[in-house]
Design a protein around this ligand. Structure first.
Ligand code: GLC
Length: 557
């Protein structure tokens, strides 16, 4: 009923809307679908007003006006599947039900979703907590469905937790650190709710989550873009929260690189996996968070100072990443022929990478067309592994130039069997085995070859792949990946990850009803149905950060 009514209303506005949307992304063209089908229910007047307020109020992302107003849903109905003419897949309703079941309440307000709702599993560990990174796809699903309240409450709750004093033994952590996860404790007798949070002091390995603060900023922008509500980001509390996070990562020290030095296990890959140093996942999120923050920080005295520092850092960071992390056939061939032990400013092989350290697999893996940002670059060490999240975020944040973004998609297509296989998407490729596994993971039985973080396949990554596909104009790749996921995910009860070279087996210790597997699927579906949602999680290329023309030369800028 609702759907029919909405469709009727939509027809009246669609022709007007499509003209205004042509200016930015003509995304409907990418989908080969008539624009009529992807319109939403808000009136044109409301839309343009909100767009104007976003665009003009403080120049929030001047380059993009793609606006995803979301709808209302209220009664547990996925608005996205009722308000357009696509046949909703039967899995969508199940996914919404499972997602809603995972909602966590604090004093009656929804504040997040638990990591996994797996009753069959005897070992709960910390999967009954709200993880900041895990909540991101849930949040996007709710925003896309016109339910921003839970996202707002989550942003405020985590901001409040940031204010806690954080200690590991006798050592105090930086003020800006955001929690990896939090839990709501219900006292049934006193009828009170209280919060406990983990900033790394309880986490296995005792590592603070570097990604949490970045995701928080990125989500604040997504909320702002999606709702058109600038007032949250503009509160003194949110402004301060952003500044505290930025203080942690913009401080000057002994660094010679603009990238962020990290401990192993500080991100989604939260166990020892040889990602210490300058992991691509963190660098890409760092870049995206800096750009997001600069669009939301007020131009008052304090804000201005941070914006200036951000601009400088982005300039150096994009240069460094695009030059030294980028690998394609040509670059690989150049490194293969590198001379070593070069001293002074004329050095071509600046980090003294020894060509013998290039692993054999990368020569076969590298297609003639295509490329990617490698896992890590530091003195005499290049980690050539492919990491999905970092590369997708590089596309979404426009850390990747247009050419690089296209090349990443070319690589995914050329290496489909390896990177997608039977279940999207490999978190990292390839797996590390035998002696190397012993040394790199410290004999971690959870991270054996082709399992978990070590070459496992994570359905949550589907939303990132889909967003990257839409941004690069290749929705058919996303559709293929979603089709694959649909053959298994529900039947297998939404596993956390799959194992094996092509991801055929449910992961050894994978949770079932893993919330971000569920939410990731929903976000992927909704974005493909209505590509204008992409605007909340994507940033257009900043014309001031000119793409590099040359690589691997000895000049410095
Ligand atoms: C695992 C994952 C981590 C995730 C957590 C909760 O520890 O490695 O990325 O946040 O589970 O799902």
């Amino acid at each position: 009923m609702d759907g029919t009514k909405e469709m009727g209303g939509l027809r009246n506005v669609s022709s007007v809307c499509s003209i205004s949307e042509m200016d930015d992304f003509d995304l409907s063209r990418l989908l080969n679908k008539p624009k009529l089908n992807i319109e939403r229910q808000r009136s044109f007047d409301e839309r343009s007003l909100s767009e104007l307020s976003i665009g003009l109020a403080r120049g929030l992302d001047t380059y993009e006006t793609t606006y995803s107003p979301g709808g209302r849903s209220g009664f547990g109905t996925p608005a996205s599947s009722t308000r357009n003419s696509f046949e909703p897949h039967p899995m969508v309703a199940d996914a919404w039900e499972a997602l809603r079941r995972s909602t966590v309440y604090f004093r009656g307000q929804p504040v997040g979703t638990i990591a996994a709702y797996d009753h069959a599993s005897e070992e709960v560990l910390n999967y009954d907590q709200v993880f900041v990174r895990d909540f991101v796809p849930s949040a996007l699903a709710f925003l896309m469905n016109g339910e921003p309240d839970i996202v707002k409450h989550f942003l405020l709750k985590t901001l409040y937790l940031q204010g806690w004093e954080k200690r590991v033994d006798r050592f105090k952590l930086g003020d800006g650190v955001m929690p990896a996860s939090f839990k709501v404790l219900h006292d049934p007798i006193r009828k009170t709710d209280s919060l406990v949070a983990d900033f790394g002091e309880s986490a296995i390995g005792r590592v603070a989550p570097v990604d949490s603060g970045f995701w928080w900023i990125i989500l604040l922008r997504a909320y702002t873009k999606s709702t058109g509500d600038l007032s949250l980001a503009e509160t003194p509390e949110c402004q301060k929260g952003m500044r505290l996070i930025l203080t942690l990562c913009l401080s000057e020290g002994f660094d010679t690189f603009p990238t962020l030095l990290c401990a192993d296990g500080c991100s989604m890959i939260d166990r020892r996996m040889g990602i210490y140093g300058y992991p691509i996942e963190i660098q890409a999120l760092f870049f995206m968070a800096l750009r997001s923050a600069s669009s939301m920080l007020k131009h008052d005295e304090e804000g201005k100072e941070f914006i200036e520092r951000i601009v400088k850092r982005l300039h150096a960071l994009s240069y460094h990443m695009r030059s030294y992390f980028w690998l394609d056939f040509q670059q690989l061939n150049d490194i293969y022929r590198y001379k070593t032990e070069e001293y002074s400013h004329t050095a071509v092989n600046k980090f003294n990478v020894i060509p013998d350290s290039i692993p054999d697999w990368v020569f076969d893996f590298m297609p003639t067309r295509g490329g990617y940002f490698i896992g890590n670059v530091s003195p005499a060490r290049m980690d050539f592994r492919w990491f999905a999240l970092g590369n997708c975020i590089a596309i979404l944040s426009s850390l990747a130039t247009h050419e690089q973004a296209m090349a990443i998609m070319d690589l995914i297509e050329a290496r489909w069997e390896e990177l997608v296989g039977e279940m999207p998407l490999k978190i990292a490729y390839p797996a590390i085995e035998s002696h190397e596994w012993r040394i790199v993971t410290g004999c971690d039985p959870k991270n054996t070859r082709w399992s978990y973080h070590n070459g496992g396949s994570w359905p949550v990554l589907l939303w990132l792949l889909t967003a990257a596909c839409i941004k690069t104009g290749r929705p058919q790749i996303a559709r293929k990946a979603i089709d694959l996921a649909e053959t298994r995910l529900l039947k297998d009860s939404w596993p956390e990850y799959y194992d094996g070279k092509i991801g055929r087996y449910i992961g050894k210790q994978a949770r079932k009803y893993q919330t971000w597997s569920i939410a990731g699927y929903l976000v992927a579906k909704m974005m493909l149905e209505d590509p204008s949602h992409l605007g909340m999680i994507s940033l257009e290329e900043d014309r001031q950060m000119k793409p590099m023309l040359k690589r691997s030369s000895s000049w410095t800028c």
